[in-house]
Design a protein around this ligand. Structure first.
Ligand code: CS2
Length: 454
């Protein structure tokens, strides 16, 4: 048993001044943007706030906000990350507003998941959502002290505090698996702001930059066994380690309106047009993840590794990739190298990435991971089985096949698409996805049975 706990004196750097606020203190953030800051700007501290779960706040506080990052490649590599200077629960709105009111803080990053932007099916802020309504009412009544719970509500509360303090320009950087995440963030923030205080828009125009980013690093939920491994290797008892793969990518588009960390020193790239990078990653990596996450458990597979090494699932992944690459405006050799690298990443036996983790929130993932390719093929007169099979797998998941329960931000809505009749369920799901085509429905129906019989 390891006797030592992590402390700044023994294992880390001194705390840096907080200059970034982060919402969503999960494993992915600690493997990704906190790692980029660690490796580029040592003088740049992050104050991180928990999102949906407070799991890591107490553990990290007890160990000086330090944690061990374990990179599991062919070899195992560990390092202690010092870039978090403070951690808070998401309920600590005094701390949240306090950072926004500080001119030291010029960057806010987000990992709040697709669902965290609280949009309706048209992409607008979901003003019918009770939590959104409560946030609007609370900020209308008390702009500087009202209690808010949603991410858009918190961002608007922070911006109100910043305007009040005259703390100057600030840039927001969403880091979730979306297309044009900057535009999405701008829309939900501005729509919420408009309901609270119309005069905020002018201040936002003059002071708030919003960038768009594509993020990638496969980071499963750590287990007790991972903690034991860290203790064994480092001799330190870390209650909040993160296990990740060696690969990492961060592509950023847009202007920062105030100071930012020199993330490019750690390998982040800045581009003029991020869309091809977002599509490449969302369709090829995340798309194949979702396909495996819905079909795999029905076929007795529990992890990405088990799924990609199953020849049938692997052939379905390739079939999906063959469809998707047709609509990626990138050189063919780059795309085949990307596919090859993905297979290697998925076949990493040390990364135990549960398919059940990926299966969550399909309502937010299926429309952006598969539907664009499916529709583009239809426009070319093709019903591509590679692009319909993931939908068939999702329909089976929604119908309750396999051991993974439906966990979805829009659970009631998508479970409501399921009726006793299989063909009718397929029709409902396709309609919900904006697809009205009999041949697609027939193909999906046939593929339901193929998956069940595989
Ligand atoms: C996964 C992603 O859970 C999911 O939907 O596809 O979390 C994926 O592991 C990351 O985007 C990898 O960068």
């Amino acid at each position: 048993m390891a006797e030592h706990t992590l402390s700044r004196e023994a294992y880390g750097r001194p705390r840096s001044t907080v200059r970034t606020v982060h919402l969503g203190l999960g494993n992915f953030f600690r493997a990704h943007s906190a790692w980029y800051t660690e490796h580029s700007s040592a003088d740049w501290g992050i104050a991180a706030f928990s999102g949906r779960s407070d799991t890591h706040v107490a553990e990290l506080s007890a160990q000086d906000c330090l944690y061990t990052l374990v990179e599991q490649g062919k070899e195992l590599h560990t390092e202690v990350i010092s870039s978090l200077s403070a951690v808070h629960t998401g309920h600590d709105l005094d701390a949240w507003r306090g950072y926004f009111a500080s001119p030291d803080v010029t960057v806010v990053t987000l990992t709040i998941t697709e669902a965290g932007y609280v949009r309706d099916s048209s992409g607008a802020l979901d003003v019918a959502n009770d939590a959104v309504r409560d946030d609007i009412a609370a900020l209308k009544e008390s702009p500087l002290t009202g209690t808010v719970t949603t991410a858009p509500g918190k961002l608007v509360a922070g911006l109100l505090a910043r305007r009040d303090a005259g703390a100057g320009p600030i840039t927001l950087g969403p880091c979730d698996n979306l297309v044009k995440s900057g535009e999405i963030t701008r829309r939900v923030v501005e729509e919420l702001a408009a309901q609270v205080d119309e005069s905020l828009q002018g201040w936002i125009d003059a002071n708030v930059g919003i960038v768009t980013t594509m993020v990638d690093r496969i980071t499963p939920r750590p287990t007790e066994a991972d903690m034991a491994t860290v203790a064994e290797i480092t001799g330190v008892s870390d209650r909040a380690p993160v296990v990740t793969e060696p690969f990492t990518e961060w592509v950023i588009e847009g202007d920062f309106v105030a100071a930012r960390p020199a993330w490019e020193e750690a390998g982040a790239t800045f581009v003029d047009d991020i869309v091809p990078f977002e599509h490449r990653k969302l369709w090829l990596l995340n798309g194949s993840h979702s396909l495996m996450a819905y079909a795999g458990p029905i076929m007795g597979r529990e992890t990405v590794y088990e799924a990609i090494t199953d020849p049938t699932l692997r052939s379905w992944v390739e079939e999906w990739w063959d469809a998707a690459v047709k609509y990626l405006p990138l050189p063919a050799d780059q795309l085949s190298a990307y596919r090859k690298a993905l297979v290697e990443r998925f076949e990493n036996p040390s990364i135990r990435h549960l398919l059940s983790q990926i299966a969550a929130d399909g309502s937010q993932k299926i429309p952006i991971r598969f539907v664009p390719t499916l529709k583009a093929e239809l426009e070319n007169g093709v019903v591509n089985p590679g692009a319909t099979r993931p939908i068939a797998a999702w329909v089976l998941h929604l119908r309750g096949y396999g051991p993974v329960p439906v966990t979805d931000f829009r659970g009631d809505e998508v479970k409501g698409l399921v009726v006793e009749d299989e063909a009718k369920t397929v029709q409902n799901v396709l309609k919900w996805l904006g697809i009205d085509n009999d041949q697609v429905a027939e193909t999906v129906l046939r593929q339901l049975h193929e998956i069940l019989e595989a």
